[in-house]
Design a protein around this ligand. Structure first.
Ligand code: FES
Ligand SMILES: [Fe+2]
Length: 420
């Protein structure tokens, strides 16, 4: 297919304020997404706190690919593919552990945790040492991290991680600014929620400020937190296009208007006195109060990391209509009172019997079933087009419930899919 024809195809599928339903259901589009997005751009993989010690490893993913994130004995972090260099058996079964090497169960080839082939049984069959050259585990071509968040890109060349993150870097800076040590730990363990829906249904929903009042009415009622009002018609919160497909629901205008430290977390400083004292000791009372009023970001990093205030969600597409959402609670080193609350709230909202994610998941699966109906063929994303505006940094913003984020995601998606 010539480039011109390919471009015409995308013209027929993605417009400024509407997208075609086949983008969520066509297996050939999913295959192209793997090639042009998941196996090319920067994808979030894991956090350094998940492999704190030499020889620690965890099994993560980039799309359907299993990725072993290992720390070698010198302390360097590697992203390796879980495929034996002999005849492709999986070399790693455990989801995490500590080991200097991975031994393939099929014929016993052994690989060091930096990916090198260490040896094979009955080695005379390979006629000497030279035979081992070039037979290591596959690796993700580029590995880079920001505040301990490790990303991988299968592309040998391309934008750096910092260029990829662009304005969304600020989300990580804000996240760690709520930690007395300036660091976060992802040590609470992970839940996995599998849904029968295309990954882009999830991607678009994470910064959809239009649905919470309806889909999450039950948790807002039970928690009595006032969070629901942030996503209403009267809210001063904004939706934002951060560029690069990264999007945000910025609730700070509302939190600043209310001016209550920890109001974003549905609590007050007297409930977590040790944490607040540590924050004040670390940053000074004025700065700490400011940070505690502003709260934690609600930012979706294209294509797979959702910073959801006190939780992180990692999207993993498996097939065109199956996606796993990996979820964990953010934890701050040395802040047990705050950590306990973040964990409890995480269990209550996105745990197996949680009130929040189960409702979203139901919507994803209903969407996926609906989009298979033949008519109408398009999904409408025009909400708030007439009131889009630029913020002081030149980013397009809209009202809290507008579809600025969804339009931003599709614009970036189209750029990636059209690239040769
Ligand atoms: S497939 Fe791994 S040793 Fe043969
Ligand atoms: Fe939701």
């Amino acid at each position: 297919m010539s480039t011109v024809e390919a471009r015409t195809d995308w013209d027929r599928l993605i417009e400024h304020d509407r997208v075609h339903g086949s983008l969520y259901t066509d297996p050939s589009i999913f295959e192209q997404e793997l090639e042009r997005i998941w196996y090319r751009t920067w994808v979030y993989v894991g956090h350094v706190s998940e492999v704190p010690e030499p020889n620690d490893y965890v099994v993560k993913s980039i799309g359907p690919q299993q990725i072993i994130m290992s720390r070698d004995k010198q302390g360097e972090v590697h992203l390796l593919l879980n495929r034996c260099a002999h005849r492709a058996n999986l070399v790693c079964d455990a989801s995490k552990g500590n080991s200097s090497a991975f031994r393939c169960p099929y014929h016993g080839w052994t690989f060091s945790n930096d990916g090198r082939l260490l040896g094979y049984p009955f080695n005379s069959g390979y006629g000497g040492r030279e035979a081992k050259k070039g037979l290591g585990l596959g690796r993700v071509a580029r590995v880079a991290s920001y505040h301990g968040f490790v990303f991988g890109s299968f592309a040998e060349e391309g934008p750096t991680l910092l260029e990829h993150l662009g304005a969304a870097r600020d989300a990580f800076d804000r996240l760690v600014s709520l930690s007395p040590t300036g660091e976060v730990e992802l040590t609470a363990g992970w839940l996995q929620h599998k849904v029968k829906a295309n990954w882009k249904m999830l991607l678009e929903n994470e910064t959809d400020g239009y649905h919470p009042q309806f889909v999450h009415a039950s948790i807002f009622e039970v928690a009595n937190s006032g969070i629901g009002d942030l996503y209403g018609d009267k809210s001063t919160a904004v939706s934002r296009d951060l560029g690069g497909g990264h999007t945000e629901n910025d609730l700070r205008p509302e939190f600043r208007r209310i001016g209550q430290p920890l109001g974003w977390f549905g609590t007050t400083p007297d409930k977590v006195p040790d944490y607040v004292a540590q924050m004040e000791a670390a940053y000074g009372t004025e700065k700490a109060t400011e940070v505690l009023i502003d709260g934690s970001p609600h930012v979706m990093l294209f294509p797979n990391l959702f910073i959801a205030e006190i939780q992180l969600f990692v999207l993993q597409p498996l097939t065109v209509d199956q996606t796993v959402q990996h979820v964990t609670a953010v934890q701050y080193p040395g802040a047990p009172d705050m950590n306990r609350r973040m964990l409890q709230q995480t269990i209550g909202s996105v745990g197996p019997a949680g009130f929040l994610l189960a409702d979203d998941s139901e919507m994803y699966e209903r969407n996926q079933r609906g989009v298979r109906e033949l008519r109408p063929e398009w999904l409408v994303l025009k909400r708030g087009t007439h009131r889009e505006r630029l913020d002081e940094n030149g980013h397009t913003i809209g009202d809290a419930t507008d579809e600025v984020p969804q339009r931003a995601i599709w614009r970036h998606y189209r750029e990636l899919m059209e690239a040769s």
